[in-house]
Design a protein around this ligand. Structure first.
Ligand code: GLU
Length: 423
């Protein structure tokens, strides 16, 4: 029950603060402090060896005030109710911040997908949709990929959903789908691309360029890889990668190379060997050494709470771009901001994913599909506009970027609640 309570309380207190900052009606906080709906199910799965295992699964539909609840489904061994609640509350903020006609949701399955065969993963994915079917739909709640889920899993979701709903092809029920099943070009790249755009924006705002700035990435999944790829294209240099690999020797959880990595070399190693830590021509360093590296930019792109008050004092980076959701604890944020570190918060820095999910949803509705360049142009233009607005609020109100983002989002949510007659 107490699991992940800290992150939930932290998000709730950010909502509360924004309601106070904007002098909104207290009802706004009361309505938004908990999800509209939280589903918890147990899914029994026949394993390949003939045994039956039962997996816990969740879906939190936090808010549908501005549109259908929207957000990913993660497969991870620590998934719990408080985590999906907190993450769904962040999704509501992201959608509102981007002025999308969408709300916020998040789902999860408690499992280590690496311990399953492909058939077992498929079976779990299908049984997740069977359990949630009555509460999914392009106008109700729209899942997408998240940690350890991908277009392939969205393909199983789509197939099961169609089978359960009399063959009805409601493609906008899921986003992040394979392209041939109505997915959007540039969706897979979107979160990492948006993170790289946000970091570039922050440098340009200070009148500096990214050229030869060094960066370190924690997590080399979909977000980490694409952020690294685009930041390298923008001229910055990737010098360290930290990743979870249970098979790695203790004391070697990251790799460091002062002359810089070729991002595609790392991706090739990861695809071939299953982990970037198998890359030989780099120095192996510990988790603590990784965070204490003298780099310009640090991008946590793994899980929540990876930067806490123990790690924060050693961090030398001047800018942190949160690719993961909730990677920096409140105490760590305080320590870092006291040192003058600029944090581009998750709800802004990683919002490219849900933004392009929205473009996918729109394409599914209109039946007219955009090119890769068209999607990236739209994403860049929209994110730049939102970054302009958030930086301006932060500057005017003398608050950090997270608080400014919450203020912008909460104003819209409060207006939505008011016009719907909720207070
Ligand atoms: N899982 C992503 C996130 O945390 C994307 C959600 C979506 O596309 O709906 O923002």
């Amino acid at each position: 029950m107490g699991e992940n309570l800290e992150i939930l309380q932290s998000v709730q207190s950010q909502y509360k603060k924004a309601v106070e900052d904007l002098s909104l009606d207290q009802a706004v906080y009361e309505i938004l402090k908990d999800p509209e709906r939280l589903i918890e199910v147990s899914l029994p799965i026949k394993m390949d060896d003939g045994s039956t295992k039962v997996f816990k699964a969740f879906r939190s539909a936090h808010s549908s005030i501005l549109g259908p609840s929207k957000g990913g489904v993660r497969f991870n061994e620590n998934v719990n109710a408080n985590e999906v609640k907190a993450l769904s509350m962040m999704m509501t903020i992201k959608s509102a911040l981007l002025s999308l006609p969408l709300g916020g949701g998040k789902g999860g399955l408690r499992v280590d997908p690496k311990s399953l065969s492909e058939r077992e993963v498929e079976s779990l994915a299908r049984s997740y949709v069977r359990a949630m079917n009555n509460y999914l739909g392009s106008d109700i709640d729209v899942p997408a990929p998240d940690v350890n889920t991908n277009p392939k899993i969205m393909g199983y979701f789509v197939d099961e959903y169609i089978a359960l709903n009399r063959g009805r092809l409601d493609l906008g029920t899921f986003t992040g789908k394979p392209i041939c099943l109505g997915g959007s070009l540039a969706r897979t790249e979107a979160t990492g691309y948006g993170l790289a755009l946000s970091v570039k924006y922050a440098y340009e705002k200070r009148g500096e360029s990214l050229e030869l700035k060094t960066f370190a990435i924690q997590g080399f999944g979909n977000v980490g890889y694409f952020a690294a790829k685009y930041l390298s294209e923008f001229g910055a240099k990737l010098v360290a990668v930290n990743t979870s690999d249970k098979t790695a020797e203790s004391g070697s959880s990251a790799i460091y190379k002062a002359s810089g990595f070729d991002v595609e070399d790392l991706q090739a190693i990861r695809e071939k060997e299953g982990s970037v830590l198998k890359y030989d021509e780099a120095e192996k360093i510990t988790n603590e050494e990784f965070f204490a590296l003298d780099v310009d930019i640090l991008l946590p792109c793994a899980l929540e709470n990876s930067i806490d008050e123990k790690i924060a004092p050693s961090i030398k980076a001047r800018l942190i771009g949160e690719g993961a959701n909730g990677p920096t604890t409140d105490k760590a944020v305080e320590i870092l901001e006291d040192k003058g570190v600029l944090i581009i918060p998750d709800i802004l820095a990683n919002s490219g994913g849900v933004l392009v999910s929205y473009y996918e949803w729109v394409q599914n509705r209109t039946g007219e599909y955009l090119t890769f360049e068209e999607v990236q142009d739209k994403q860049r233009e929209k994110m730049t506009r939102v970054l302009d607005e958030v930086f301006a609020i932060a500057n005017d109100k003398k608050v950090n970027l997270r608080r400014a983002s919450f203020m912008k989002a909460l104003q819209r949510l409060s207006d939505g609640l008011k016009f719907r007659g909720r207070f």
